[in-house]
Design a protein around this ligand. Structure first.
Ligand SMILES: Cc1cc2nc3c(=O)[nH]c(=O)nc-3n(C[C@H](O)[C@H](O)[C@H](O)COP(=O)(O)OP(=O)(O)OC[C@H]3O[C@@H](n4cnc5c(N)ncnc54)[C@H](O)[C@@H]3O)c2cc1C
Length: 330
């Protein structure tokens, strides 16, 4: 029997959207595999209200809400996940593919002697052919490879799926929450937190955003002011291509692509981005792609749902004005 455990990641008391998506995905998989059970582990003080009404939200959420879990501590988190895996007799552990899971999942795979499959699109074919197969893009998205786990215990870090512009459909079901007993020991002596550096406080995380306004080299440094204005107006996040980050115009946290973040917004607006394979590899799950480029043959147009051919510096101010008028009337 399959028993799934989903790791729910919080940041500053808010469960990450990508984790909720993974939880929903696990519930959907469980519905396809009779007898499968789903539990979740929420680590750190956070509200579980966001999880109310997730489709099929009938599982158990184990909540380690001690203050000591607020910030990521590898040793401390590893111990907690191992204990919870044993407690629920989990055969499969799902993470959202995030910076934290890329650190924690390999540790767990060694500790639990489990197969680890990272950056996977876990789809409906998951249980076929002996179970646990999943797909991931390789060679900068030029090919899709299928991987099969070879150990009984399996760990996946799952790439996001496109979010919806409208509010997600909720079932009204509630998962039950079990608050875990405080642990008697922490690993603070072993791994004391020396200093916490908050990078780009208040900046929206592109990996979590439902609307992304991304800019490439053609924007120029000053052009990002326009993208910030548009992102503010739409309640979205600013993203960037690699040359923009290499130039130091934007922080690496905003980089989208093979060596940046994988994103799955409902709307992706690509401004003066050529559409290199290393960039496109990370936006495959975006809902609607709108591209603005002065080169009508730019590869970004091959993946765009809407194409605007022209100079961003002329088109963006007009677009911002149009959006402003439109939103005023709503
Ligand atoms: C191992 C490896 C990893 C990589 N990882 C990443 C990654 O994570 N993310 C990433 O983005 N790239 C990555 N790259 C780089 C990638 O190959 C491309 O070089 C990069 O994506 C190009 O960025 P760009 O589109 O901003 O710039 P360019 O390729 O220079 O394109 C600029 C575009 O802007 C258009 N333009 C210029 N001026 C205007 C204007 N005024 N109005 C409208 N359009 C205009 C041009 O027509 C052009 O299409 C990686 C490369 C390698 C080798």
């Amino acid at each position: 029997m399959n028993t799934f455990l989903v790791f729910l990641e919080q940041r500053e008391g808010v469960v990450k959207k990508s984790s909720i998506d993974t939880w929903n995905r696990a519930q959907e998989l469980a519905a396809l595999h009779p007898g499968a059970a789903v539990s979740a582990l929420l680590v750190g003080p956070a509200s579980t209200r966001q999880l109310d009404g997730c489709p099929g939200g009938n599982g158990v959420i184990y909540h380690a809400n001690e203050e000591a879990f607020r910030l990521y501590n590898p040793e401390h988190y590893t111990r907690l996940v191992v204990e919870t895996m044993k407690r629920v007799a989990a055969t499969t552990l799902f993470f959202a593919d995030t910076a934290l899971s890329r650190d924690l999942a390999p540790r767990l795979s060694v500790r639990l002697k489990a197969s680890l499959l990272t950056g996977c699109a876990v789809d409906d074919a998951w249980g076929e052919n002996g179970g646990g197969c999943c797909q991931r893009p390789v060679y900068s998205g030029a090919a899709i490879a299928s991987f099969a786990p070879c150990r009984p215990l399996k760990i996946y870090t799952c790439t996001p799926r496109a979010s919806r512009i409208s509010s997600p459909i909720t079932s009204g079901a509630r998962a039950s929450v079990v608050v875990l007993e405080p642990s008697s020991s922490t690993s603070e002596e072993l791994f004391p937190l020396v200093r916490r550096m908050a990078m780009h406080e208040g900046v929206r995380d592109v990996a979590e955003a439902r609307i992304i306004v991304a800019g490439g080299r053609g924007m120029g440094r000053a052009g990002f002011g326009l993208l910030e204005a548009l992102a503010r107006l739409l309640g979205g996040a600013v993203g960037a291509s690699r040359p923009v980050v290499d130039e130091g115009w934007r922080p690496h946290a905003e980089q989208i692509g093979q060596t940046g973040k994988t994103v799955a917004p409902a709307l992706y607006l690509a401004c003066a981005i050529s559409g290199a394979p290393q960039h496109l590899a990370a936006i495959g799950s975006a809902g609607i792609v709108v591209a603005i480029n002065c080169d009508p043959h730019a590869p970004i147009f091959d993946v765009a749902d809407y194409a605007l051919v022209g100079d961003v510096h002329l088109l963006l101010p007009k677009l911002i004005e149009e959006f402003r008028e439109f939103l005023k009337k709503r």
